[in-house]
Ligand binder design. Sequence first.
Ligand SMILES: Nc1nc2c(c(=O)[nH]1)N[C@H]1C(S)=C(S)[C@@H](COP(=O)(O)OP(=O)(O)OC[C@H]3O[C@@H](n4cnc5c(=O)[nH]c(N)nc54)[C@H](O)[C@@H]3O)O[C@H]1N2
Ligand SMILES: Nc1nc2c(c(=O)[nH]1)N[C@H]1C(S)=C(S)[C@@H](COP(=O)(O)OP(=O)(O)OC[C@H]3O[C@@H](n4cnc5c(=O)[nH]c(N)nc54)[C@H](O)[C@@H]3O)O[C@H]1N2
Ligand code: SF4
Ligand SMILES: [Mo]
Length: 885
Amino acid sequence: MAMPQPTKTTCPYCGVGCGVLAEASVDGTVAVSGDPDHPANFGRLCSKGSALGETVALDDRLLYPEVGGRRVSWNAALELVASGFSKTIAKHGPDSVAFYVSGQLLTEDYYVANKLMKGFIGSANIDTNSRLCMASSVAGHKRAFGTDTVPGCYEDLECADLIVLVGSNLAWCHPVLYQRIVAAKEKRPSMKIVLIDPRRTMTADLAEMHLPIKPDGDVALFVGLLNHLADVGAIDDAFVSAHTSEFEGTLNTAQSVDALTIVERTGLSNARLKDFFDIFARTEKVVTIFSQGVNQSSCGTDKVNAIINCHLATGRIGKPGIGPFSVTGQPNAMGGREVGGLANTLAAHMEFDRVGDCDRVQRFWQSPVIAARAGLKAVDMFRAVADGRIKAIWIMATNPVVSMPDAGDVEDALRNCPFVVVSDVIAKTDTVRHAHVTLPAAAWGEKSGTVTNSERRISRQRSFLPLPGEAQPDWWIMCEVAKRMGFGGAFAFQSPSEIFAEHAALSAFENEGTRDFDIGAFSDISGDDFDALEPCQWPRRRGESSRIRFFADGNFFTPDRKARFVATKLESVWRERSAFPLTLNTGRIRDHWHTLTRTGKSQRLSQHYGEPFAEIHPDDAKRHGIADADLVRVSTGSAAVLVRALISARQQRGSIFVPMHWTDQFASKARVDMLVPSIVDPISGQPAAKNVAVRIERFVAETYGFAVLARKPEQINAEYWALAKCDGGWRIELGFASGREDWAAFANALFGSSSDADTIAFHDCQSARYRFACYRDETLLGAVFLAPEPVAVSRDWAVAQLATAHQRAARFKIIAGRPGAGGADKGATVCSCFGVGANDIAAAARRGCRTVAEIGETLQAGTNCGSCRAEIKTIIEAQNLQAAE
Ligand SMILES: Nc1nc2c(c(=O)[nH]1)N[C@H]1C(S)=C(S)[C@@H](COP(=O)(O)OP(=O)(O)OC[C@H]3O[C@@H](n4cnc5c(=O)[nH]c(N)nc54)[C@H](O)[C@@H]3O)O[C@H]1N2
Ligand SMILES: Nc1nc2c(c(=O)[nH]1)N[C@H]1C(S)=C(S)[C@@H](COP(=O)(O)OP(=O)(O)OC[C@H]3O[C@@H](n4cnc5c(=O)[nH]c(N)nc54)[C@H](O)[C@@H]3O)O[C@H]1N2
Ligand code: SF4
Ligand SMILES: [Mo]
């Protein structure tokens, strides 16, 4: 038998868009490695990319169409969706229906969704989770450049002399870009890095300068920078006069802000501000990378323009090593912007408010109607579902019950909506539970099409696994519904390549250089050429090779071809906060992806952080009587979450950080978007997920617990629980408000014990310590440890027992809850690729390893994907410090 060849595809996580070589073996396991030929990563992968093989198991997949939770045929499901939408439209008009889609759809899926809604249903009520992600960058780009263009490319990060990271935790969220910068800096140590983030994230470890800015102080910071650039004569007058407009007015507005206000708003001293302003003013080759600390804000669009203003004023745009750089979050955030997936854009970078564009798109599609005005943006869309204006919604590839602000209201809205359709790959999610119709979509590895990364590079995702059960690609599902709604002719696509060709043709249609997005070179692409398509950047105009950068020579896409300066206001972000004195900041951790539907399946990725947490500054913790490993309640007026306290001086005083990842499937009460109010940027409509007024209090648990289980439990009866995948099963952290009469009943419910299982127990009623272990023959089915304080049992040791044979005589060892001789605890997992813990690394450092490379030689840690190198460095430094004391 011929050896299977690895398939060249693209990682389905972040917007770096790394090339992956994937290979399925006969036993169903999937091996992945970085594609050395892909220009985004040149062979590198981060921890999430490396663990992709652990996320393709079918155990929790949605495999069949369901109506009301019961399996039906595809035809029945499709008929029901088509008639549900058609009837609602006939009775209440096209704006009574909506699609809520995602930057995790492929471009071809996205194109079909947009075409169906805007051109055939005739409404623009299609919005995407990119509203929560990229909308402020899109709006900022359009205000400045007249179109949504990212001017630069990844190479710029390597040839810059200064990289300014604003609201970006690149080390954890765009790890391969971070690694490319690390490598460039190793070669050229003169390169400088500045990080602007209220938290001292792992990204700070690479930076010469970390500015712990006050939440939302960014506009003030860049207004101050613009003033400084003018003061020291760093303005590029020639560029400004030839290629921009509205500079004077913008500078006047900036100059009306005095230095004291800037110090006050940024929380940074004059000296620190000056250091940053100086280095920016004197360095020509600057790239400013920005991400969610900029976009997810009530003044996100102004933050984007305040940054771009400084680049335009110095003519620093579109040249090697120079430019503003919005890094995209999701694998196809950029592709979604190309097809017009946002409610306020049309298609192929055409606009509702630009004369002729609606007519042009309609003529191209030969569609019966065309949406004439922008539709409802995500937050307004779910409000319209709540108040009954929208009566049918189709959600695809996103989990809004977890990720939308006011998540509780979003859930209520879906509960009350007459017709909810959800296309997903997972059977049980917080959103799927409210679907009337559930449609099984093909997942990564099974689907095929294109994605576009942060540097406008289009890459193929290729399938290398068969479609499981009755799963189908999203484009197919939508085309089948469109046919049943009577639009067959326009949706007769047989393959993704046909859709891509049409998308390419639309981008070139009556373009003549008036629109940045043009991939007309692919208008007639054949199926074979699509199969072989190499990663390439747009634009790809017919007859031209791709262009790497935009705007070095001006030629912006405004009517006069000049870029616009935008006078940014210092909006008052100070709200009355006495009852809610802390700022809640939310975001991501290194090894998890969004709502855990994928990374939650990997035991390797679930080790780094096994439960939801709140990072709290030691002073704030002390003030609230909170100790490390306590449970804390974080609340607003109307909602609360319950998470573990993680006390850390990386956090700024007055702010706490809670990750966005945990859902009702993985924890008792940790959906952090329950706390985030629907406050949006007035221009982009993007919610402010990083600046929420909250309070915290210690959750007084009478009993704490920890359990390992071979099987996922059906339900867990505890105030606090958090579930994480581990080797051989699941691990659970527990917290109980009060003690129980009958802990054995609790343990048995957790074990789901069957008659052939034996449970042994240890009770110390006086000190309120209880332990239970459940066996079938020599196999441990589960163990529970309960104590009045956070349980000190070694997690790794307990997990290892699931995979160990236990002779009857030795069973008591489990409930003794102690590692045997030689079973030292490796500590919190730092390197997830090789399962190396913090204690191992600290010990190796004590034994003489002085560098990350030496740790790698000794323990292998950090030698595969490298995502943990910053953390290893921190541990070595801490050991050195201790040794010196
Ligand atoms: N591991 C991992 N990687 C991911 C993802 C994931 O889920 N997991 N998701 C992907 C997606 S979709 C996205 S959008 C990206 C997001 O990537 P990032 O934007 O880098 O990630 P976040 O953690 O959301 O937020 C970034 C930082 O903004 C800071 N911040 C908060 N408020 C402010 C402020 O007022 N000013 C400034 N300057 N900074 C502030 C936060 O402290 C945080 O460290 O990550 C992508 N990559
Ligand atoms: N508080 C707070 N909230 C946030 C953020 C934050 O920083 N803080 N960040 C925001 C940002 S930037 C983002 S991008 C969002 C992300 O939030 P979501 O989009 O809600 O998160 P995901 O877990 O990525 O959801 C993707 C869903 O699609 C399913 N899926 C995967 N592949 C496919 C497929 O091929 N087809 C279909 N039909 N389904 C598929 C998955 O199982 C999963 O249910 O969260 C936003 N919400
Ligand atoms: S950096 Fe990591 S998550 Fe992002 S695309 Fe590359 S391998 Fe995937
Ligand atoms: Mo995102």
